[in-house]
Write a protein that binds this ligand. Structure first.
Ligand SMILES: [Zn+2]
Length: 453
């Protein structure tokens, strides 16, 4: 297989680093996608409204919870004839979020009590400056303090505010080795106590919360609900003396969200009026199994695709579900690169290397959706894009991870391939991937969208 020649400093990675820094929570990731899409002529459509089906139309739909997004370029032909070209990825990453009653006072400090999302590497969150970001909700009340209700839905009216404190407002200090001499050999980190974050010294939690509110520009003490995340403050960095690596939080799976987004936008520049409808679908909650209102196991994607196929001017009354027969999904999630310090953790014939091309993932226990047929489809795309393809099968004596691929495949009954870029330290607060692999992934996804070399 031919190898794409490597530029000295892949510029895609520089754009990715800036974007990733903005995308600090699933909500912020969706906002960062929206900025790119709007700049490329995509318009937002309300999930509750009619979706346009004019060929060439560029649109995106945000789930009402703000954490998942589907963007589309409508094709000339009916999806019933062509199927959809879908790239899927996920917007959430393993992280620490605030408990419902987060304020703690201990050892002369005020702390934020955390709960974890997904299988994070706990120790990677210690001794690391942390910011705070997410959404805060408040019930709308009249002057007498009485909650107001929506006249049609009968639900309490709410306001939602997105906030981000991009300053080191919290820290989770590790325990000194002198107080636990076995920590390097054993070192269990109990998430009930050991991952709570100090955000002030002094015995006045309520006053400190007011200080935090002032920094956030949002009255946190008056919140009726929130989704708040601690955010590793370190901006993603090009690393290695040759700048060939990128180290940062949330590569899993925002690197694949960014590649899917970039490929969709670039495909519009390459060929503005496609034959087949292109779809980039980014879901929340993969790290916890996808079974949420906007996760890959929800009806969000299916609903949007059926509505598009039903109304497409070329469909002529065909059953919209028939669109799934020709549909193919690239399920893009990060892959484990062989680690130079732990080379034996990979099967020797399935050990992808950083900056050596994208990764095909296969698991015959169906933790990945790849089949022989979809592996061959990806091989064709990579050959056309002149991108090397590496293979990953987990060691048979280790448990295999999973992703949205099997879930999308099962819920839409569509042929799906699981792929990703190789990386180290998956689920750490500072993961590392290869800058060249990002360019390779964008090239393959773009070839998939355009449908030709
Ligand atoms: Zn992932």
């Amino acid at each position: 297989m031919s190898k794409k020649s490597k530029t000295l400093r892949p510029v895609a990675a520089d754009r990715y680093v800036e974007w990733l820094h903005q995308a600090c929570t699933p909500q912020h990731a969706v906002m960062a996608c929206i900025q790119e899409l709007q700049a490329a002529g995509f318009t937002e459509r309300d999930y509750a409204g009619d979706l346009p089906t004019t060929p060439g139309e560029r649109l995106f739909v945000v789930h009402p919870d703000g954490k998942s997004l589907i963007s589309l370029v409508i094709g000339e032909r009916s999806p019933c004839a062509t199927g959809y070209a879908i790239v899927g990825a996920h917007t959430d990453s393993p992280d620490l979020r605030l408990r419902l009653n987060p304020l703690l006072a201990a050892a002369g400090t005020t702390q934020l009590a955390t709960q974890f999302h997904g299988g994070l590497i706990r120790r990677s969150w210690l001794d690391r400056p942390l910011g705070l970001a997410g959404s805060v909700f408040q019930v709308v009340r009249n002057k007498r303090g009485v909650p107001q209700f929506h006249p049609l839905t009968g639900q309490p009216l709410l306001t939602r505010q997105l906030l981000r404190i991009d300053e080191p407002i919290a820290i989770i200090p590790d325990l000194a080795i002198h107080l636990d001499r076995e920590k390097n050999d054993k070192g269990a980190i109990n998430p009930q106590n050991a991952l709570n974050a100090v955000f002030a010294t002094g015995p006045e939690p309520e006053a400190m919360l007011k200080l935090l509110s002032a920094k956030a520009g949002v009255a946190l003490d008056a919140a009726d609900g929130f989704d708040l995340h601690l955010v590793p403050l370190q901006k993603p960095l090009r690393t290695g003396v040759d700048g060939s690596l990128v180290t940062g939080a949330r590569h899993d799976d925002l690197a694949m969200v960014w590649c899917g987004l970039d490929a969709l936008v670039q495909s519009v520049h390459t060929e503005p009026a496609p034959v087949r409808t292109r779809v980039a679908a980014f879901f929340d909650a993969e790290e916890t199994g996808s079974t949420t209102a906007s996760g890959a196991a929800s009806s969000f994607l299916r609903d949007v695709l059926i509505r598009i196929a039903r109304r497409h001017p070329d469909s002529h009354g065909q059953d919209p579900e028939s669109a799934f027969a020709q549909t193919v999904c690239l399920s893009a999630d990060m892959a484990h690169a062989q680690h130079p310090n732990f080379p034996d953790m990979h099967d020797k014939n399935h050990a992808p290397l950083i900056n050596q091309g994208i990764v095909l993932k296969s698991n015959t226990a169906d933790r990945y959706a790849t089949t022989g047929e979809t592996a061959a489809l990806l091989a064709g795309l990579c050959e056309a894009a002149r991108v090397p393809l590496q293979a990953f099968v987990t060691r048979q004596d280790l448990a295999c991870g999973t992703t949205i691929g099997p879930i999308v495949a099962a819920s839409l009954a569509v042929r799906t391939v699981d792929l990703g870029c190789p990386m180290w330290a998956m689920h750490s607060a500072a993961e590392t991937l290869g800058a060249h692999d990002l360019e390779s992934m964008v090239a393959v996804m773009q070839t998939f969208f355009v449908g030709k070399a």
